[in-house]
Design a protein around this ligand. Structure first.
Ligand code: GDP
Ligand code: MG
Length: 163
């Protein structure tokens, strides 16, 4: 079967947007309100003759900003266990949050193969902010912008390298 890549991250970092942007069409539902994605949606992607499945792990139900709800927690858990690679997405505009650190611990506990990516880097001037996420312990973040289609192929290249 195809390598499975799960996009994991706290609500509103742009997981669904990134999936959409990589798909090149509106497949996943994107909502401005955090936590509204109702289903896990996956797409089939090809990059330079490498085929893989990309899974959006949206949380559903109610969550608060300090703690992952059990819903999101179990979704991440499931996706992470099935995934060959986890794209751990953070928000470069918001910067590092306690929820990011919580997810990082979860991923480490699971022994996941992780690629850290910082979304909402809408212009290259923001790339330097990525150093903030080094403390998560997954190395340097790949900067990307789902909105501006920035660094899309660079991210895909990094994904295929790690799969
Ligand atoms: P999810 O909850 O992680 O799936 O996040 P969504 O994909 O639903 O996006 C949450 C919000 O962030 C939406 O309002 C998006 O329009 C916005 N967003 C997503 N990607 C970007 C980006 O690259 N740049 C900016 N500025 N906003 C983005
Ligand atoms: Mg979503």
């Amino acid at each position: 079967s195809l390598p499975k890549i799960a996009i994991v991250g706290r609500p509103n970092v742009g997981k669904s947007s990134l999936l959409n942007s990589l798909a090149g069409s509106m497949i996943s539902i994107v909502e401005a309100t955090p936590g509204v994605t109702r289903d896990r949606i996956s797409i089939l992607l090809e990059y330079e003759d490498i085929y893989f499945e990309l899974v959006d792990t949206g949380g559903y139900g109610i969550f608060d900003n300090r703690e992952l709800s059990s819903d999101i927690n179990s979704q991440i858990d499931r996706a992470v266990k099935e995934a060959d690679l986890v794209v751990f997405l953070v928000d470069i505009r918001e910067g590092l949050t306690p929820l990011d650190e919580q997810i990082a611990r979860l991923l480490r506990k699971n022994g996941s193969n992780v690629l850290l990516a910082a979304n909402k880097a809408d212009d290259a001037g923001m790339f330097s902010r990525a150093v903030e996420f080094m403390s998560l312990g997954f190395g340097e973040a790949v900067c990307v912008s789902a909105a501006n289609n920035l660094n899309k192929s660079f991210l895909l290249e990094k994904i295929t390298e790690k799969v």
